[in-house]
Design a protein. Structure first.
Length: 268
């Protein structure tokens, strides 16, 4: 098992923050999080592009290249792989692996489960060391039918997914049902309306991510701070100093090392 896979533990799940650029990723890593994910919405919105439209392939790869050699584990949100061609998705996954990423998220968008299964199987064969987290949108874009959810997740597991992800699922009994039925670690999106991290851990969830929440909170904090300033008030909340932000890249550059094609494609 890879170091990233080992973080998916029952009773002590991986709590994965999702960053959208170098500064956010490095700040979260400095706070002590051993692994950082990316958020496709944050990456897309920061560039003025739509999320989920396969518009950020190059931006996503560029961010992975910037972060892959940093002293933390990196998992990349790749939407549906930026292609309907499994071979093209696998090539993108290979480039992420060469950049230093250890994980990838691939979603079905409530489309054909057979297509996502084919993508997973091809990625598995080309980049066996990359942790594939397969996402189904049955609860985010669909009606939350548990039979459909289980059928899709079973198919993705059989195709070789290392983990499965059901964003939008918040009902504790349904989460517990999935945990019992699945062999792969279950990833749940942390939601203000859903169970807390300790509750999710008790339910057997082994990965808890936040998706675009941090990016959206950052936008909200910026607007709130500006409104407070305009009203003659002092903005509240944590504000890193100019020197702190400058130092992020300096420290990371010192700790980084070259990463490239010499990485083995085997697990471990």
């Amino acid at each position: 098992m890879t170091a990233f896979a080992d973080l998916h533990r029952a009773g002590a799940p991986l709590v994965l923050p999702n960053a959208w650029d170098q500064a956010s990723a490095l700040s979260l890593a400095a706070r002590g999080f051993p692994a950082i994910g990316t958020t496709s919405l944050g990456v897309a919105a920061s560039a003025g592009l739509p999320d989920g439209a396969a518009a950020t392939r190059d931006l996503t790869l560029h961010l992975a290249e910037a972060l892959g050699a940093r002293p933390f584990l990196l998992s990349v949100d790749a939407e549906a792989g930026f292609s309907d061609d499994p071979d093209e998705v696998a090539e993108f996954a290979r480039q992420l692996w060469a950049a230093g990423a250890c994980g990838i998220n691939l979603e079905d968008g409530l489309g054909s489960p057979g297509l996502l299964a084919a993508k997973i199987a091809t990625v598995r064969s080309v980049v066996p060391g990359l942790f594939v987290n397969a996402r189904t949108d049955t609860h985010w874009l669909g009606d939350g039918d548990m039979t459909d959810t289980l059928c899709r997740l079973d198919r993705y597991q059989q195709a070789g997914a290392d983990g499965v992800f059901v964003p939008g699922l918040t009902e504790p009994t349904e989460i517990a049902t999935l945990v019992k039925r699945l062999d792969a670690p279950l990833n749940i999106l942390c939601s203000p309306a859903g169970p807390t991290v300790p509750h999710l851990a008790d339910l057997g969830v082994r990965r808890i991510s936040v998706g675009s929440l941090l990016y959206r909170r950052a936008l909200g904090a910026a607007v709130d701070a500006m409104a407070a300033i305009a009203d003659g008030c002092t903005p509240q909340g944590t504000v890193p100093s100019y020197a702190d932000v400058q130092a992020l890249n300096a420290r990371a550059a010192t700790a980084s090392s070259p990463v490239g094609e010499e990485r083995t494609l085997s697990r471990g």
